[in-house]
Design a binder for this molecule. Structure first.
Ligand SMILES: C[S@@+](CC[C@H](N)C(=O)[O-])C[C@H]1O[C@@H](n2cnc3c(N)ncnc32)[C@H](O)[C@@H]1O
Length: 425
């Protein structure tokens, strides 16, 4: 396909996402199924345009003075993928090309509209309704934090130290700055693609897992010891349980529970591939779960949340998020904290993690929990961070000097919140 055809395809996919609310991955898959002639390079290029257009939806619409799928696709190609204005003079003979650029489009692509005159939420590419809460968290750095959340993410992997050392992995990926077990392919440039890590023999033999560095760091911050009894109360697909097993040298007991059986399902196969034999999956109806109450050294609550910290990877979710969804997640957070905390033994630790960057899902939930539960006290996560990852690398935010918030702008990771509490009685 020529460039014009790719941009027209991106426009079509964006139309589907913005009018039908189709998730981006599904919209791209549907388009590819209906257009079998498109090769893998074409699909990657179309995907890049679409993802960049969604990451920067509000700022691109402002700069184009137009929020149509066509304007966003053109902006995605130019400002996201590095296409030049000259390249946009489409071939009028090519039936797959979009209509020729108008004079206004040409002028806007040339930089006629200055983004710095836009409201802050547009400059930050954060939805207007959530901006006050976002700004409240990051004050004068809020625009910078929003813009970092609109950048292309790296592709991070975790070396599974049950099976391999970082130096054993055959890859051109670089070491991650903070996680001692992380490898990274930097963000893609232009129309490029990340390598297909899952087809490598290192992945298939369980030597590496796909995991953002932030997710690796929060797992390592639990500082789980060999021999510990650990409950991963919101285990989902088991990403953090697997990281905990490796950090515990595959010695001890990890119980991976989730209320949603389907989400939990991959954990069996992933644990087997990773050789993480200490993971026991407890699926609903979870008859064996109550017996663990008050007996765990560590309980990890990786709570359901708005997922704001993952907007680089899921930019469509940014524009789909609603106040109702935020309210639902907040209620679920109260539930998982109250339920999960019952499993911590006296002298044991409770970890609260989200991939949100809003105080109301993070510190706010922790302080409200501590008010309800006088038997828990908040410890300093910053000290553990420095002990495990050193003092010279990138630093997370800390509003209270105790909890931590990692962000793309501060630590170069997805956004993650981390708090550790001790059960004192
Ligand atoms: C952020 S995800 C967990 C991701 C997972 N820990 C990982 O690393 O891949 C949050 C999970 O919480 C689960 N969840 C929601 N409410 C729950 C509840 N009341 N009890 C247990 N799990 C719950 C959801 O099903 C979801 O899988």
């Amino acid at each position: 396909m020529r460039l014009g055809g790719r941009i027209a395809a991106a426009e079509e996919v964006l139309q589907d996402i913005l009018t039908q609310r189709t998730p981006v991955a599904m919209a791209l898959r549907d388009w590819a199924k209906a257009h079998r002639f498109a090769g893998s390079k074409d699909r990657a290029a179309i995907g890049n345009i679409v993802y960049d257009a969604l990451r920067h939806r509000s700022s691109f619409a402002y700069r184009m003075d137009d929020d149509s799928p066509r304007a966003l696709a053109i902006a995605g190609a130019v400002w996201g993928c590095g296409v030049s204005l000259e390249q946009l003079e489409f071939d009028s003979e090519d039936k797959h090309s979009p209509a020729a650029l108008t004079d206004d489009e040409r002028a806007n692509i040339g930089g006629r509209i200055d983004l710095s005159s836009a409201p802050d939420w547009i400059q930050a590419d954060v939805p207007e309704w959530i901006w006050p809460a976002f700004e409240n968290n990051f004050t004068e750095d809020a625009i910078k934090e929003g813009q970092a959340l609109a950048k292309r993410p790296p592709l991070d992997m975790r070396v599974n130290t049950i099976k391999a050392k970082r130096t054993d992995i055959a890859t051109d990926a670089i070491a991650t700055p903070l996680s001692p077990v992380g490898l990274r392919h930097p963000p893609i440039i232009g129309f490029g693609r990340h390598p297909d890590v899952q087809s490598t023999s290192d992945y298939q033999r369980g030597k590496i897992e796909m995991q953002d560095e932030g997710s690796q760091l929060v797992s390592l911050l639990c500082a789980a010891q060999p021999g510990d009894k650990v409950l991963d109360y919101c285990a989902g697909g088991g990403g953090k349980a697997l990281a905990l097993a490796a950090d515990m040298l595959n010695k001890g007991e990890i119980y991976a529970y989730d209320i949603d059986k389907r989400r939990l399902a991959p954990t069996w196969q992933r644990s087997e591939r990773a050789g993480a034999s200490i993971i026991e999956v407890i699926a609903p109806p979870a008859e064996t779960l109550p017996a663990l109450k008050g007996a765990m050294d560590r309980v990890l609550i990786d709570a359901p949340c708005t997922g704001i910290g993952t907007w680089r990877r899921k930019p469509d979710a940014k524009w789909r998020l609603t106040e109702n969804a935020l309210e639902r997640r907040r209620k679920e957070q109260v539930t998982v904290l109250d339920q999960g905390s019952e499993f911590v033994k006296v002298g044991g630790f409770l970890f609260y993690v989200t991939c949100s960057m809003l105080a109301e899902e993070n510190e706010g939930q922790v302080y409200a929990f501590l008010d309800r539960n006088k038997g828990f006290s908040l410890l300093s996560a910053g000290e553990v961070f420095e002990e495990r990852f050193g003092v010279d690398g990138p630093k997370p935010w800390s509003e209270d000097g105790l909890t931590l918030t990692m962000t793309p702008a501060s630590t170069g990771t997805d956004g993650f919140f981390f708090a550790v509490m001790e059960r004192t009685k």
